[in-house]
Design a protein around this ligand. Structure first.
Ligand SMILES: [Zn+2]
Length: 355
């Protein structure tokens, strides 16, 4: 294996011959990708040689992905006239992003069939880049749009079984910050009764409502042994991250990048082993950070906080989780070995924490 890694790159004048060799090695590699050591070697080699297709073949996790927004744009919009609206650029705010999404994507897929197509696209994208462990989040409104828990579960389980049966799939229940907490609490028993969801989350605009408003929902979720998470510190402050974790007894935080502005908060998160599920492209395109090169995952990782790398909204940001790893490597922020440690942590953590 090392002999191949150390061999010269494929030369264009030997395309046919080397293409055959390449295909042979790809087949060989794929057969052995289940082996942890070999998959790490291939992952590191793929990054160092910018081989995205090979990188996609290495097992990885995607622990933060909104279910209706996790697909590949071209898969979903094939045949639609609006493809000329892409590629995407920066967004000036979360509201700007939502308007873009509704105008360019969701309006074509807002009926039940369209929603199912978007969920299908999420499973297809994850399978295409060899995601082994996938967390997809669903809002309660989607459950009732599909007619209640039974028909909702049946639909999502069918999509999972049809498009990505080998992926370990953990469904997450997510509440918009703007939601009617009392209404959601009233129908929580019905949602949790089948014991289908494995975790709970709060998403969208952090300033819409104090996180304390969700205490009774999170208390009930904990009684039902769900893993507790929330979007915090994407737009808020480092103190917001710590206080949300303390008050709601969070196990993980989606984003949490603001913690990097406080050594005290970073040390606290590291001490309590609070995992941050980082989505670099989301942070860059929403202008929460200046660039990949200056992404605070560097400081968070160095502080000893468990971090994972995820997609958030691939339909909008147009980046697979494989490309997220590649972006952090290419800009020189993280080494291939460090990124492999993060990849392996994501695979281990997901299996342990989402049971
Ligand atoms: Zn998110």
């Amino acid at each position: 294996m090392l002999t191949f890694f150390q061999s010269p790159r494929i030369k264009t004048q030997h395309d046919i011959h080397c293409g055959t060799l390449y295909a042979h090695f790809m087949g060989l590699f794929t057969k052995h990708l289940a082996d942890g050591k070999i998959s790490s070697d291939i992952f590191i080699y793929s990054l160092q040689n910018r081989l995205l297709e090979l990188l996609k073949k290495v097992g990885k996790s995607d622990l933060h992905c909104h279910s209706g927004r996790g697909g590949n744009i071209n898969y979903l919009l094939t045949g639609k006239n609006n493809r000329k609206d892409f590629p995407l650029g920066y967004f000036s705010s979360l509201e700007h992003m939502q308007i873009f999404y509704h105008t360019n994507i969701k309006k074509y897929f807002s009926c039940k069939e369209g929603l199912c197509k978007r969920w299908e696209a999420s499973f297809v994208r994850a399978k295409e880049e060899n995601v082994k462990v996938l967390v997809l989040s669903f809002t309660p409104s989607k459950i009732f749009f599909l007619g209640g828990m039974q028909s909702f579960m049946k639909t999502v389980n069918r999509l999972h079984a049809t498009y990505a049966p080998n992926i370990i799939f953990f469904p997450e229940l997510t509440f918009e910050r703007t939601c009617d907490v009392n209404l959601e609490f009233e129908r929580l028993d019905e949602i949790l009764e089948p014991n289908w969801f494995k975790s709970i989350d709060i998403c969208s605009n952090e300033s819409a409502k104090p996180i304390k408003a969700f205490k009774k929902i999170f208390r009930k979720a904990k009684e039902n042994t769900l893993r507790l998470k929330a979007h915090v510190g994407e737009f808020g402050t480092a103190d917001d991250v710590q206080s949300a974790v303390e008050y709601l007894e969070l196990d993980e935080v989606h984003h949490g990048i603001a913690a990097a502005s406080s050594k005290k908060v970073m040390n606290w998160l590291a001490k309590h082993k609070i995992q941050l599920n980082i989505c670099p492209s989301s942070n860059v395109l929403l202008k929460r950070v200046d660039s990949y090169k200056r992404h605070p995952i560097r400081e968070l990782y160095d502080a000893g906080i468990p971090v994972t790398i995820n997609t958030d909204n691939t339909l909008i940001f147009n980046k697979s989780v494989s490309e997220e790893y590649l972006s952090l490597f290419e800009c020189g922020l993280m080494t291939a070995k460090e990124l492999d440690e993060i990849r392996m942590h994501g695979l281990r953590a997901a299996k342990v924490s989402n049971k």
